[in-house]
Design a protein around this ligand. Structure first.
Ligand SMILES: [Zn+2]
Length: 76
C-alpha cells in the first residue's frame, strides 16, 4: 500500500515539475515579446564568450560586460 502511495506522490511531483518547466518557458517568451523591440536596445559584447546581448540582459563587473549565461557568470 505504501508503495502505491509513493508512486502516486512521485508521479504527481514529476507532473508538477514538467508543468512548471513548461509554464516558466512560456512566461519568459511572453515577457520577451512585451519587452522593447530589440532595435531600441543597446547591445553590448560579453567579454567571456563574445556574444552580443542586450544591455538589460548583461551584467557589469567593474568595467567588464558579461552576459547572463551561467558559464560566463562564474567567478574564477
Ligand atoms: Zn558570455
Amino acid at each position: 500500500m505504501m508503495r502505491v502511495l509513493l508512486l502516486i506522490v512521485l508521479g504527481w511531483l514529476v507532473y508538477m515539475l514538467i508543468k512548471r518547466a513548461f509554464f516558466s518557458t512560456h512566461a519568459t517568451n511572453s515577457t520577451r515579446q512585451q519587452a522593447k523591440p530589440e532595435a531600441e536596445q543597446k547591445f553590448v559584447q560579453c567579454v567571456n564568450c563574445g556574444m552580443h546581448v542586450p544591455e538589460s540582459e548583461s551584467i557589469k563587473k567593474d568595467e567588464l560586460v558579461i552576459c547572463n549565461n551561467p558559464d560566463c557568470n562564474k567567478t574564477p
